[in-house]
Design a protein around this ligand. Structure first.
Ligand SMILES: Nc1ncnc2c1ncn2[C@@H]1O[C@H](COP(=O)(O)OP(=O)(O)OP(=O)(O)O)[C@@H](O)[C@H]1O
Length: 304
């Protein structure tokens, strides 16, 4: 296909995308949020003064400060977007919340528990309902496991329904149905490479959902999907949120997506939250110089 045709195709896809994103933002829950500005959500997660540094493995063994005192909250049934440049520390925040990384200092209050002060076993019990989905479903799903084994794995790790294989299968089937991979039997015995990228991302969500999460940290879950699959996944995530009253911390490079998907937006620059507000406020009236540069660049590229 000629370069021009490809570029026309991608432009028309982008405008289709924008139309669909607008449709997504017409959902009644989002309307309520827009109407009331920053809608009040009762607290689920509160991050206070979070610091993290990494030791550089170079000859100078220098310590790089990645998070410099982060504060934010995520409410019940709230979707909070987190944007920022590459290397700003977005994934580090997500990994700390999901328990995959340790913070140097700070507090993480989750459902009233001071999580970082708990011993490992107690911490796992309290945070079982925090799940993470990742950017690259190829990397996050073991290629040697079937879809059934992948989805049941969190139950195996948590030793749930240990002697009830049929109950576990039933939960796997329910999780697959939840993410619209139906009939579940069509998918359970396949391996990740036998699924499309969009289907693999849904398997990641099903794995999160089998744990009955209250909070899902979604680290760029749509960035490897093409534009229509991206929308399908966001719509599915929205439906699941409405059905199960869950919250998302949605990490993304794509600020345009947050407009229709998030209730609140946080902007991270050099390990600090420099701005927060409704996506509409942040995008239309950016206050911090970094956000102004980010929005300005996207406007020049006609991306928002
Ligand atoms: N395990 C690690 N060891 C050393 N440095 C790390 C480690 N993990 C992350 N970093 C560094 O911390 C900084 C923040 O990384 P992080 O992955 O959180 O950024 P990000 O905002 O998610 O970036 P991107 O959008 O590109 O994914 C980067 O400079 C990265 O190189």
């Amino acid at each position: 296909m000629a370069v021009k045709e490809l570029s026309d195709l991608s432009k028309s896809k982008e405008s289709e995308d924008r139309d669909s994103l607008q449709a997504l933002s017409r959902n009644p829950h989002r309307q309520q949020i827009i109407k009331h500005g920053a809608m009040q959500h009762t607290g689920l997660l509160e991050i206070q003064s979070l610091h993290k540094s990494y030791r550089d493995r170079s000859a100078f063994s220098h310590i790089a400060n990645v998070l410099n005192g982060i504060h934010f909250t995520v409410g019940e049934n709230e979707t909070v977007g987190l944007v920022g440049s590459s290397g700003a520390g977005k994934s580090t925040i997500g990994r700390i919340i999901a328990g995959l990384e340790h913070a140097d200092s700070g507090r993480m209050l989750y459902q009233g528990h001071d999580v970082l002060a708990l011993k490992n076993k107690e911490r796992r019990t309290v945070t079982n309902s925090i799940q993470m989905i990742f950017q690259d479903p190829y990397e996050s799903l073991s290629p040697r496991m079937t879809i059934e084994q992948l989805i049941v794995e969190p139950l195996v790790i948590q030793k749930l329904y240990k002697n009830e294989p049929e109950k576990r299968r039933q939960l796997v089937r329910a999780a697959l149905a939840e993410v619209s991979l139906t009939p579940p039997e069509r998918f359970m015995n396949r391996y990740p490479h036998e699924l499309s990228g969009g289907e693999r991302q849904r398997v990641g969500l099903a794995r999160a959902f089998i744990c009955q999460p209250r909070l899902i940290v979604a680290d760029e879950p749509t960035s490897m999907l093409d534009s229509s699959l991206r929308l399908d996944l966001l719509q599915l995530m929205n439906q699941l949120r409405e059905r199960h009253q869950i919250s998302y911390l949605f990490i993304t490079h794509d600020i345009a997506l947050t407009h229709s998907f998030c209730d609140r937006l946080l902007v991270l620059d050099k390990g600090e939250i420099v701005e927060s507000g409704t996506p509409q406020d942040v995008i239309e009236r950016p206050q911090h110089p970094y956000t102004q540069r980010l929005i300005g660049a996207l406007q020049q590229l006609n991306k928002i």
